[in-house]
Write a protein that binds this ligand. Structure first.
Ligand code: 4NP
Length: 158
């Protein structure tokens, strides 16, 4: 079974959406995938996703209201096969916690799934308006679609 964790800064805006979207897509295809999310910072630990992320998810038929924010931990390198980060800061923060080259290689910028090698970031929508959440949703939806397609291709190869 594939185990994936989505990581942003606060674990209240971007990565909860990524978790909700990927769970929904994997479930719809009957894929055996574990999905979690975390933040590199602890400021929002224990909180539900930002109201604006909950709203945009609900608009697309996804309920993320039961998620609770937590900080990314070194132990997560052992628990997950792939670590998708939202931006370059997250990338540096998570890679700096890796205890081995093998762990560091688990870390990927999520937009590189759809724009390979471009090293683009999902912008932090926290201080912006609702439109920022709509844009983030579309980026994460496209990325998660690619992630499930790749898992299905891998499964077909085996
Ligand atoms: P996220 O957004 O990393 O997508 O969850 C943020 C949420 C909170 C803060 C920054 C980014 N903050 O500074 O509190």
């Amino acid at each position: 079974m594939m185990k994936i964790i989505m990581v942003c800064l606060g674990n209240i805006c971007r990565s909860p959406l990524a978790e909700g979207i990927l769970k929904e897509k994997a479930g719809a295809r009957g894929l055996d995938v574990t999905v979690d999310s975390a933040g590199t910072a602890a400021y929002h630990a224990g909180e539900r996703p930002d109201r604006r992320s909950q709203e945009i998810a609900r608009k697309h038929g996804i309920d993320i209201s039961q998620q609770r924010a937590r900080q990314f931990e070194v132990a997560d390198f052992d628990l997950f096969d792939k670590i998708y980060v939202m931006d370059l800061h997250n990338f540096d923060d998570v890679v700096s916690l890796a205890g081995s080259e093998r762990d560091a290689e688990k870390v990927h910028l999520i937009l590189n799934t759809i724009y390979p090698g471009k090293n683009l970031s999902v912008p932090d929508p926290y201080y912006g308006g609702k439109n920022g959440f709509e844009k983030v949703y579309r980026m994460l939806d496209a990325s998660c679609e690619k992630i499930v397609e790749d898992i299905m291709l891998q499964n077909a190869d085996r």
